[in-house]
Each structure stands twice: as C-alpha cells, then as structure tokens.
Design a protein around this ligand. Structure first.
Ligand code: NAP
Length: 263
C-alpha cells in the first residue's frame, strides 16, 4: 500500500514545473489527482504523465472564485471527498523597485496570495465533510518561496506576495488546528521551470537585459550545492506533507534550496 492510497489531491498550476512534478509524485503514491491550470495543453500533458490513476482536468484561473467553486462541485460529484490541496499556481515578475508600477504588485498579489486565500476557504467545507466521513485529517500545502524570507535582486513585489503566503498559512493553520486540517508552507529556492519566462527579462546595472542562461548560471553560483533545483526536488516534500506521516505537522515551513539560505 502507498502513502496516499484512496486520497484525492487538488494541485493548482499543475500544467507545468513544480505543480506538474507534484501531481506526478502524488499520483505515484496512490492519490487521485485533480489538475487545475489555465493552460489546457499543460494539464493534458501532466495527466498523461500521472500514469494509471484517476485524474480530473480542471481549466482553472486561481484568481476566480467561480472556477474554485466549480472545481469543488466537480470534485464532490466525481470523488465525494477532498484530502489534499496544493496551492502552487503562481507567477514571478522581476523589475527594479524604482521602476515597478504598483500594478506589478497587484497582479502578483491576486495570483500568488488571493488565490491561496480563496482556495483554502473554498476547499474547507469539503475537507471538513471528508473528515466527518472518517478520514484521519486533510492537508493544505501552500507553495511560497525563499524570496518571502530573504531578499533577491528585483523581487520586491514577488517577495511581498510570498511572505504574505507564509503569514496566511501560519494564521490559518493556527485557526484550524483542532479540525484535523493541517496547513503548511514549502519555500523552494531557485528551481529551473518556466516561472518568469513570459515577462521582460531582468536587467543588469547598465540596464541591458540579462539572458536566461546568464541569469540561471548566476543563481546556480549562489547555491552552496552548486546547482539549481529541479521540480522533482520539491515534489517529494509536498507528498510527505500531504501524507498521514505528517499528521502532527501544521503551521510549519520547509525550505528546499540547496543551502541558499543557510548562511
Ligand atoms: P511554472 O512552471 O510557470 O508553473 C506555474 C503554473 O501555474 C503554469 O502552468 C502557469 O500557467 C500556471 N498559472 C499561472 N497563472 C495561473 C492562474 N491565474 N491560474 C491557474 N494557473 C496559473 O512555475 P513554477 O516554478 O513551477 O512555479 C510554481 C510555484 O512555485 C509558484 O507559486 C512559484 O512562485 C513557486 N516557486 C518557484 C520557484 C522557482 O524557482 N521556479 C522558486 C520558489 C517558489 P502558464 O504556464 O499558462 O502561465
């Protein structure tokens, strides 16, 4: 028997990167996985990689309360329960603080923070019913970032949103502690994914765009382990927090960053 046999897991941003690797890891451990994303092709590719488990594909914009409510209805109809929610969808826009309009903050705030708030609130009634029906507990895992903990070049707005995810997770974990619903946060360091790829590249001191190769090499050089993370470095940690083996863990934070924040 695997750790997550019989559990139903909802992963947002499952069409790419850390969300995809997480969905695959949860599926490998026996969970049925609900794949939410705004990118239908990405969701279908992830579903194909999840192997021989039940998946449900959800076109879901995490900023929309309607798509959260619709997703919950579909999960209840199809599975009748929800054990795990991974609030993973997010964006990162890097821009020097002096030049970054407040809209950069507002956009990231909606996708990175409001989504987590709406998602936890929408999922709670179904998680409570799942526990009332006999489940040992339920688990929410919110993906923050080490840049919610330490500063990074040109990440002021992103950092503000990721620190907010940490505070929100702790507060909700505290309030829900007696319900059996656990809330924890994962803080990845730099991981090689598509994050930030759609946006204008960061600029050097002279204002010239920094190519992705140069930016990635610079990040790798800052990591004591000497390499960037991979999505597969993060997914097993999420799978552990989702499992009953983590039954006494709530309101906690787990850093996976190759030693970046150790010094
Ligand atoms: P990614 O490869 O870009 O994956 C993010 C996924 O979320 C994409 O499929 C994206 O769709 C989707 N998405 C974006 N906006 C959405 C919305 N409004 N509703 C639903 N889905 C949406 O990035 P990732 O690196 O895996 O990031 C996953 C999480 O890890 C994020 O919260 C990020 O902040 C966090 N994180 C990443 C790193 C890193 O270095 N990569 C480090 C620390 C924390 P599209 O592709 O269509 O935009």
């Amino acid at each position: 028997m695997s750790n997550l046999d019989g559990k139903i897991a909802w992963v947002t941003g499952a069409g790419s990167g850390i969300g995809r690797a997480t969905a695959i890891a949860l599926a490998k451990q026996g969970a049925s996985v609900v794949l939410g994303d705004i990118n239908p092709a990405g969701i279908e590719e992830t579903a194909g990689l999840c192997g021989d488990v039940n998946t449900l594909s959800l076109m879901q914009d995490v900023t929309s309360e309607e798509t959260w409510a619709h997703g919950t209805d579909r999960i209840e109809t199809r599975f009748g329960r929800l054990d795990i929610l991974v609030n993973n969808a997010g964006i990162m826009i890097a821009q020097p603080f002096e030049e970054a309009p407040v809209d950069i903050l507002r956009r990231q705030q909606r996708i990175n923070v409001e989504s987590v708030y709406i998602g936890m609130q929408t999922a709670l009634p179904l998680m409570r019913r799942t526990i009332a029906a006999g489940a040992k507990g339920a688990s929410i895992i919110n993906i923050a970032s080490i840049y919610g903990m330490v500063a990074g070049a040109q990440f002021s707005a992103y950092s503000a949103t990721k620190d907010a995810v940490r505070a929100l997770s702790r507060a909700v974990a505290y309030e829900l502690a007696k319900t059996g619903i656990r809330v924890n946060c994962v803080l990845p360091g730099p991981v090689q994914t598509n994050l930030g790829a759609d946006w204008e590249p960061p600029r050097d001191a002279a204002g010239a765009p920094i190519s992705p190769e140069v930016a990635l090499a610079a990040w790798a050089a800052m990591i004591p382990m000497g390499r960037l993370g991979e999505a597969q470095d993060i997914a097993p940690l999420v799978a552990f927090l989702a499992s009953d083996a983590a039954a006494f863990i709530t309101g906690a934070e787990f850093v996976a960053d190759g030693g970046y924040t150790a010094s």
